[in-house]
Ligand binder design. Structure first.
Ligand code: G4P
Length: 196
Protein backbone atom coordinates (compact mmCIF):
# COMPACT_ATOMS: atom_id res chain seq x y z
CA UNK A 1 0.00 0.00 0.00
CA UNK A 2 1.99 2.95 -1.33
CA UNK A 3 0.47 5.75 0.70
CA UNK A 4 1.37 3.85 3.88
CA UNK A 5 4.88 2.97 2.71
CA UNK A 6 5.51 6.60 1.77
CA UNK A 7 4.35 7.71 5.20
CA UNK A 8 6.68 5.18 6.85
CA UNK A 9 9.56 6.41 4.70
CA UNK A 10 8.80 10.04 5.48
CA UNK A 11 8.03 9.79 9.20
CA UNK A 12 9.15 6.39 10.50
CA UNK A 13 12.15 6.44 12.82
CA UNK A 14 14.34 3.34 12.98
CA UNK A 15 15.11 2.97 16.68
CA UNK A 16 17.12 -0.23 16.35
CA UNK A 17 17.47 -3.18 13.97
CA UNK A 18 14.16 -4.52 15.30
CA UNK A 19 12.04 -1.52 16.27
CA UNK A 20 10.40 1.08 14.06
CA UNK A 21 8.83 4.14 15.67
CA UNK A 22 5.69 5.37 13.95
CA UNK A 23 4.31 7.52 16.75
CA UNK A 24 3.56 10.43 14.42
CA UNK A 25 0.70 8.64 12.65
CA UNK A 26 -0.13 5.28 14.27
CA UNK A 27 1.07 4.62 17.82
CA UNK A 28 0.62 7.97 19.54
CA UNK A 29 -0.60 10.72 17.23
CA UNK A 30 -3.07 9.33 14.69
CA UNK A 31 -3.43 10.45 11.06
CA UNK A 32 -7.18 10.11 10.40
CA UNK A 33 -6.96 10.36 6.61
CA UNK A 34 -4.32 7.66 6.46
CA UNK A 35 -6.42 5.51 8.82
CA UNK A 36 -9.35 6.00 6.47
CA UNK A 37 -7.28 4.76 3.52
CA UNK A 38 -6.06 1.82 5.60
CA UNK A 39 -9.61 0.94 6.61
CA UNK A 40 -10.74 1.15 2.99
CA UNK A 41 -7.91 -1.14 1.89
CA UNK A 42 -8.70 -3.76 4.55
CA UNK A 43 -12.38 -3.60 3.61
CA UNK A 44 -11.47 -4.08 -0.06
CA UNK A 45 -9.18 -7.05 0.61
CA UNK A 46 -11.67 -8.85 2.86
CA UNK A 47 -14.95 -7.85 1.18
CA UNK A 48 -15.71 -11.41 0.00
CA UNK A 49 -15.19 -12.96 3.44
CA UNK A 50 -18.62 -12.24 4.92
CA UNK A 51 -17.13 -10.36 7.87
CA UNK A 52 -19.63 -9.64 10.65
CA UNK A 53 -17.26 -8.20 13.25
CA UNK A 54 -13.79 -6.76 13.68
CA UNK A 55 -11.65 -7.60 16.68
CA UNK A 56 -8.48 -5.77 17.68
CA UNK A 57 -6.46 -5.03 20.84
CA UNK A 58 -6.20 -1.70 22.60
CA UNK A 59 -4.73 0.72 21.96
CA UNK A 60 -3.06 1.10 18.58
CA UNK A 61 -5.25 -1.42 16.76
CA UNK A 62 -8.35 0.65 17.41
CA UNK A 63 -7.78 3.43 14.86
CA UNK A 64 -7.16 1.19 11.81
CA UNK A 65 -9.73 -1.30 13.13
CA UNK A 66 -12.54 1.19 13.46
CA UNK A 67 -11.94 2.50 9.95
CA UNK A 68 -12.04 -1.01 8.52
CA UNK A 69 -15.25 -1.55 10.51
CA UNK A 70 -16.73 1.61 9.04
CA UNK A 71 -16.05 0.50 5.46
CA UNK A 72 -17.24 -3.07 6.09
CA UNK A 73 -20.27 -1.71 7.92
CA UNK A 74 -19.75 -3.93 10.97
CA UNK A 75 -19.00 -3.21 14.66
CA UNK A 76 -15.51 -3.14 16.12
CA UNK A 77 -14.64 -4.86 19.39
CA UNK A 78 -11.33 -4.22 21.08
CA UNK A 79 -9.79 -6.63 23.54
CA UNK A 80 -8.73 -4.96 26.77
CA UNK A 81 -5.30 -5.42 28.29
CA UNK A 82 -6.26 -4.12 31.70
CA UNK A 83 -9.08 -5.15 33.97
CA UNK A 84 -12.15 -3.05 33.33
CA UNK A 85 -14.64 -1.85 35.92
CA UNK A 86 -17.53 -2.71 33.63
CA UNK A 87 -16.24 -5.95 32.15
CA UNK A 88 -17.46 -8.27 34.87
CA UNK A 89 -19.59 -11.06 33.48
CA UNK A 90 -19.15 -13.54 30.68
CA UNK A 91 -15.55 -12.60 30.09
CA UNK A 92 -13.26 -14.51 27.74
CA UNK A 93 -9.55 -14.19 28.42
CA UNK A 94 -6.27 -15.21 26.85
CA UNK A 95 -2.66 -14.70 27.85
CA UNK A 96 -0.37 -12.81 25.47
CA UNK A 97 3.36 -12.71 26.03
CA UNK A 98 5.23 -9.81 24.46
CA UNK A 99 8.82 -10.70 23.54
CA UNK A 100 9.45 -7.04 22.73
CA UNK A 101 8.30 -5.77 26.10
CA UNK A 102 9.03 -8.99 28.02
CA UNK A 103 5.73 -8.90 29.82
CA UNK A 104 2.59 -10.95 29.83
CA UNK A 105 -0.83 -9.39 29.41
CA UNK A 106 -4.15 -11.03 29.98
CA UNK A 107 -6.42 -9.80 27.21
CA UNK A 108 -10.16 -9.97 27.59
CA UNK A 109 -13.44 -9.40 25.80
CA UNK A 110 -17.05 -9.75 26.79
CA UNK A 111 -18.64 -12.90 25.42
CA UNK A 112 -21.63 -10.72 24.57
CA UNK A 113 -19.92 -8.97 21.66
CA UNK A 114 -18.53 -11.94 19.74
CA UNK A 115 -21.31 -14.38 19.04
CA UNK A 116 -21.18 -17.99 17.97
CA UNK A 117 -20.72 -18.14 14.16
CA UNK A 118 -19.65 -14.49 13.87
CA UNK A 119 -17.11 -14.15 11.05
CA UNK A 120 -14.37 -12.11 12.65
CA UNK A 121 -11.64 -10.08 10.97
CA UNK A 122 -8.67 -9.54 13.29
CA UNK A 123 -6.82 -6.25 12.87
CA UNK A 124 -3.60 -5.13 14.52
CA UNK A 125 -1.04 -2.38 14.01
CA UNK A 126 2.14 -4.49 14.09
CA UNK A 127 2.92 -8.12 13.43
CA UNK A 128 6.21 -8.88 15.17
CA UNK A 129 6.25 -12.16 17.08
CA UNK A 130 2.63 -13.03 16.41
CA UNK A 131 1.61 -13.46 20.02
CA UNK A 132 -1.11 -10.80 19.96
CA UNK A 133 -2.67 -12.37 16.86
CA UNK A 134 -2.57 -15.82 18.49
CA UNK A 135 -4.29 -14.38 21.58
CA UNK A 136 -7.05 -12.87 19.44
CA UNK A 137 -7.49 -16.15 17.54
CA UNK A 138 -7.84 -17.90 20.89
CA UNK A 139 -10.58 -15.48 22.02
CA UNK A 140 -12.52 -16.00 18.77
CA UNK A 141 -12.27 -19.78 19.18
CA UNK A 142 -13.50 -19.57 22.77
CA UNK A 143 -16.49 -17.58 21.50
CA UNK A 144 -17.12 -20.40 18.95
CA UNK A 145 -16.91 -17.83 16.20
CA UNK A 146 -14.88 -18.02 12.99
CA UNK A 147 -11.60 -16.23 12.21
CA UNK A 148 -12.27 -14.98 8.69
CA UNK A 149 -8.91 -13.27 8.22
CA UNK A 150 -6.14 -11.23 9.78
CA UNK A 151 -5.26 -7.70 8.68
CA UNK A 152 -1.98 -6.14 9.76
CA UNK A 153 -0.90 -2.56 9.14
CA UNK A 154 2.88 -3.15 9.41
CA UNK A 155 4.48 -6.59 9.35
CA UNK A 156 8.11 -7.00 10.26
CA UNK A 157 8.88 -9.93 7.99
CA UNK A 158 12.28 -10.52 9.58
CA UNK A 159 10.59 -11.61 12.80
CA UNK A 160 8.82 -14.92 13.12
CA UNK A 161 5.23 -13.77 13.71
CA UNK A 162 4.28 -13.88 10.03
CA UNK A 163 5.24 -17.53 9.75
CA UNK A 164 3.66 -18.50 13.06
CA UNK A 165 0.36 -16.84 12.21
CA UNK A 166 0.27 -18.04 8.55
CA UNK A 167 0.99 -21.57 9.77
CA UNK A 168 -2.38 -21.48 11.55
CA UNK A 169 -3.89 -21.52 8.05
CA UNK A 170 -5.71 -18.21 8.28
CA UNK A 171 -5.42 -15.61 5.56
CA UNK A 172 -3.05 -12.82 6.61
CA UNK A 173 -2.94 -9.51 4.73
CA UNK A 174 -0.24 -7.00 5.66
CA UNK A 175 -0.37 -3.52 4.14
CA UNK A 176 3.37 -2.85 4.51
CA UNK A 177 5.92 -5.62 4.89
CA UNK A 178 9.30 -4.63 6.24
CA UNK A 179 12.14 -6.91 5.29
CA UNK A 180 14.85 -5.15 7.25
CA UNK A 181 15.63 -2.21 9.51
CA UNK A 182 19.39 -2.63 9.16
CA UNK A 183 21.71 0.38 8.84
CA UNK A 184 18.97 2.67 10.09
CA UNK A 185 16.95 2.17 6.90
CA UNK A 186 13.52 0.78 6.25
CA UNK A 187 13.64 -1.82 3.49
CA UNK A 188 10.27 -3.03 2.25
CA UNK A 189 9.85 -6.58 1.00
CA UNK A 190 8.77 -5.67 -2.55
CA UNK A 191 11.65 -3.23 -2.97
CA UNK A 192 14.17 -5.95 -2.29
CA UNK A 193 12.40 -8.27 -4.70
CA UNK A 194 12.63 -5.61 -7.43
CA UNK A 195 16.35 -5.08 -6.87
CA UNK A 196 17.31 -8.76 -7.02
P1 G4P B 1 3.50 -9.59 18.76
O1 G4P B 1 2.21 -9.12 19.34
O2 G4P B 1 3.50 -9.68 17.25
O3 G4P B 1 4.01 -10.85 19.41
O4 G4P B 1 4.55 -8.48 19.04
P2 G4P B 1 5.26 -8.01 20.35
O5 G4P B 1 4.73 -8.74 21.53
O6 G4P B 1 6.70 -8.09 20.08
O7 G4P B 1 4.75 -6.51 20.43
C1 G4P B 1 4.32 -5.92 21.61
C2 G4P B 1 3.93 -4.50 21.40
O8 G4P B 1 4.95 -3.81 20.70
C3 G4P B 1 2.68 -4.30 20.57
O9 G4P B 1 2.10 -3.06 20.93
C4 G4P B 1 3.25 -4.16 19.16
O10 G4P B 1 2.35 -3.49 18.31
C5 G4P B 1 4.46 -3.34 19.45
N1 G4P B 1 5.54 -3.46 18.49
C6 G4P B 1 6.25 -4.56 18.15
N2 G4P B 1 7.22 -4.22 17.29
C7 G4P B 1 7.11 -2.89 17.08
C8 G4P B 1 7.84 -1.95 16.28
O11 G4P B 1 8.80 -2.25 15.58
N3 G4P B 1 7.41 -0.66 16.33
C9 G4P B 1 6.36 -0.26 17.10
N4 G4P B 1 6.04 1.04 17.05
N5 G4P B 1 5.66 -1.11 17.86
C10 G4P B 1 6.05 -2.40 17.84
P3 G4P B 1 1.28 -2.84 22.23
O12 G4P B 1 2.06 -3.14 23.46
O13 G4P B 1 0.03 -3.64 22.09
O14 G4P B 1 1.03 -1.31 22.21
P4 G4P B 1 -0.21 -0.43 21.85
O15 G4P B 1 -1.10 -1.21 20.91
O16 G4P B 1 -0.89 -0.16 23.14
O17 G4P B 1 0.36 0.76 21.18
Amino acid sequence: MNVLKNKIKAEGVVLSETVLKVDSFLNHQVDPELMMEIGKEFAHRFKEEGITKILTIESSGIAPGVMAALYLNVPLVFARKKKSLTLTEGVLTSKVYSFTKQEENTISISREYIQKNDRVLLIDDFLANGQAALGLIDLVKQAEAVVAGIGIVIEKSFQNGGKIVRDTGYRVESLAEIESLENGEVQFKEEEATVS
